[in-house]
Structure formats: C-alpha cells, structure tokens
Write a protein that binds this ligand. Structure first.
Ligand SMILES: C[S@@+](CC[C@H](N)C(=O)[O-])C[C@H]1O[C@@H](n2cnc3c(N)ncnc32)[C@H](O)[C@@H]1O
Length: 241
C-alpha cells in the first residue's frame, strides 16, 4: 500500500528493523523499570503502549506484572507482536489519530513516536485522544528526542552497515522538521526512505500539553531519569496527568 504518509511505508518494512537492530533494549527496559517505580504504578495498572512497534516495551512491562495493550498502525509489527500475547498482554492495529474504544490507567508514547504530521492540529488531536483515553489520575509518559540537542549535534552524513546492507544516511533540519534520508541497496533494488519528525522542543511541547489540559508533573532528560538539561540531555521525557 503506497500512501503519502512516510511512516506507513517505512515502519512497515523489514529494513526499518534491520537498521535499528542495535537499538538498546537494555536501556529501554531500564527506562520502563525506572518510570514504573517512580510513578509507583500498582500491578493492577492497565498500560497502553502507543505506538508499540513490535512490542518491546509492552512485553517487558507485562513481564513486570502489568496488564498491557499495545497499539500501532504498522500491521506487520502488530502481527509479530501478537506472538507474545497472553491474558494480560494484547496487541491491536490502531491509528493514534483515532479515539480509543477503551480507557487506561497510563498511556506511554515512547522512543520518538510523535511529530510525524505536518499540521499541529494532528499533534494536538493525538494528545487529546490520549488525554480522553486516560482514567482519572492516569499518567501520560511521553519520550521524545531533545530537538535542541539534535540540532547542536547533528550528524549530517553517516554510513551504517547492518546485516550486509549499507545504509547511507543524511540528516538536515529545515522548515521546522528534522529529516533523516536513508538510502540503500537490498533485495536487488535501490531503496530510499525519509524519516521526518517535527522540530518540537521543550517550549512547544509544553504549549501542546497545556492546550489539551495536561498537567506536567516531571521532566527528565534521559532513561536514567536525570533532570532535563537542554544542552546535554539526549531525550525530552514529560510525565503528565
Ligand atoms: C520510532 S517507532 C517506535 C515504536 C516503539 N515505541 C518502540 O520503541 O519500539 C514509531 C512507531 O510509530 C508507529 N506509527 C506511526 N504513525 C502512527 C499512527 N498514526 N498511529 C499509530 N502508530 C503509528 C510506527 O508504525 C512505528 O512503529
């Protein structure tokens, strides 16, 4: 299926997972452990992991004893995630621009899973859906890149070889977006994809959160939950109610 939305194509290909194979699941698990402890989430908490990809955070959260639902637009990823399902771990295809059918005690949006859309209205719509999908006193955990840090440390060109595929990567910031162009030759074909994430810094995100009525309770700058520092933090992690 070809669509104008880059994320529908790229995240549904096997190449996306090959390129990011080395992403650090140890870090991801440490983050989940730290955040659930900090928020003192009881084991009865029902967490929505949105978008969940192939479910790496969902599976780990479930192993900690939580009831978890994972949702993602990428059908291929959900198909794989479903292999891990159990009574307290479910996955479904869901577009986060659509309202949820259920409510949850916590919603996690992890690993730069936001800012894909042109119009600010769509960003706000997603946040509003999340807000509406939270039970009273429920938490929203938002884990995004630190745009200012990306800008100051932009790696304009890079080559990565993974599983014998040479990925040529270029990055640029223009028109309010961070672009990552990825081209490679695989399976007898040249491929080219562009990841595009909106340049959303701390100030802009705070404005978004305010607009939908979220109250920010904590701001962290990395998965160890150190304080956010605009010059040095690699993540922007907002916790809201
Ligand atoms: C950077 S990945 C992160 C996935 C997961 N949180 C993780 O850490 O592995 C972003 C995910 O967003 C999903 N996605 C993009 N647009 C979406 C939408 N409108 N609704 C739901 N999921 C979407 C993609 O399919 C992809 O799996």
């Amino acid at each position: 299926m070809k669509t104008k939305d880059w994320f529908t194509d790229w995240f549904n290909t096997p190449y996306y997972y090959i390129l990011y194979k080395d992403r650090n699941d140890i870090d991801a698990q440490l983050f989940m452990k730290n955040i659930t402890e900090l928020l003192a989430l009881p084991k009865t908490t029902h967490i929505l992991d949105l978008p969940c990809g192939k479910g790496r955070h969902s599976v780990f959260l479930n192993s900690l004893g939580y009831k978890v639902t994972g949702g993602d637009l990428a059908e291929n990823s959900i198909k794989i995630a479903k292999e891990f399902e159990n009574e307290n771990l479910k996955f479904k295809v869901h577009d986060m621009r659509k309202p949820f059918n259920n409510t949850y005690d916590a919603v996690f949006n992890l690993f730069t899973s936001f800012g894909y859309f042109e119009d600010d209205k769509e960003d706000l719509l997603i946040l509003q859906n999340i807000k509406n999908g939270l039970n009273k006193d429920g938490y929203f955990v938002f884990d995004f890149l630190n745009a200012a840090y990306v800008k100051a440390n932009l790696v304009k060109q890079e080559t990565k070889i993974v599983d014998e595929i040479t990925f040529n990567i270029t990055r640029e910031i223009k028109d309010g977006f961070i672009f990552k162009n990825i081209s490679f030759f695989a399976d007898d074909k040249n491929h080219s994809y562009t990841e595009r994430v909106k340049y959303l810094d701390e100030t802009k995100m705070k404005t978004y959160f305010e607009k939908v009525g979220f109250k920010i309770t904590n701001i962290f700058g990395d998965y160890k939950l150190n304080k956010f520092k605009v010059e040095t933090s690699n993540r922007l992690i907002l916790i809201a109610k």
